[in-house]
Design a protein around this ligand. Sequence first.
Ligand code: PLP
Length: 381
Amino acid sequence: DYELGEADPEVRGIIDKEKERQFRSLELITSENFTSRAVMEAVGSCLTNKYSEGLAGKSGVSMFNPSGSPANFEVYTAVLNPHDRIMGLDLPHGGHLSHGFMTPKRRVSGTSIYFESMPYRLDESSGLVDYDMLEKTATLFRPKLIIAGASAYPRDFDYPRMRKIADAVGAFLMMDMAHISGLVAATVVANPFEYCDIVTTTTHKSLRGPRGGMIFFKKDPILGVDLESAINNTGGPHNHTIGGLAVCLKHAKSPDFKAYQNKVVSNCRALANRLMEYKLVSGGTDNHLVLVDLRPLGLHGARVEKILNMASITLNKNSVAGDKSALVPVITLEAKNLVSGSKLQDFMKFVTSPEFPLIDKVLNLQRRVEALTTQYPLPGL
Ligand code: PLP
């Protein structure tokens, strides 16, 4: 029984390097977080050796999923028949692939292969979900499932409105709160549980737990479906993850966790306020993320992402409503959208400004960014 360094020095080296990177860099990727040492101890424990199949009593929650996408898919197979209709936020407008996505040529998401998906979208001028359009489309399309939740949406969803729309067409309402579950647990954003039939989440984003997925459902049958028996098709639970999740959820009930989530929201607001001179999707934020529309600046998202990554500021590009392509925005962007060095430095001001938290950590990165923009001139990608 060897230690990792002895058994596989190569993997040990990769882990050490990644740990060093995580400590050195400023991580701004909204779907990531730093879980606690206690959670990591549970995840790396002997619980990984143990099988324990079957639902643990009547609970209204399934913690058996290895991740968010399979949790969503499990819900779909529980409440839908193959080729039933679903509506989720369009991927290019901030939705998630597991909510269904297809182009005119291809059913890109597995969800769209097995179910018929019709997206709802943002109102491009306000950057907010276009609920009127959702209502109209739902009335015609008559989905069996409507999905709230997103990967890149800085605002709360209007759950009462979505509930009304779902009821009018006889659809289930599901919220995928993957990004904001920590904020929901701390009650610093709107509560989806009051309005939704099913709530899914990943456990490793704002919740700060181990990598996993959870499904919450009502115990009473809804629209003729007994969710408790329908949501049961996963195999052996990952007990090490469930152990880590128990540690995380205990912490989530503490005042300390609530204070942390409050800080997440206030820090994010401070960042958004500092960025007001740029165009923010929806004009601000209610949660943990800010989306800067780079098009008016003539900046190229993929390039900014790459350069900042090289300068140890890790964030990610996203398509925004109105982009030409969600899948390959880099290729379809026009030449005028390529970044110039001075624009990039301008953009850098916000992460290096005194209002931005962690300023000590990022101040000395500005010089690296400047050096990199000289080293990697246009077009660079
Ligand atoms: N749902 C949403 C809204 C997400 O943003 C993500 C991932 O970022 C997922 C589901 C999928 O999670 P996973 O990558 O754990 O499958």
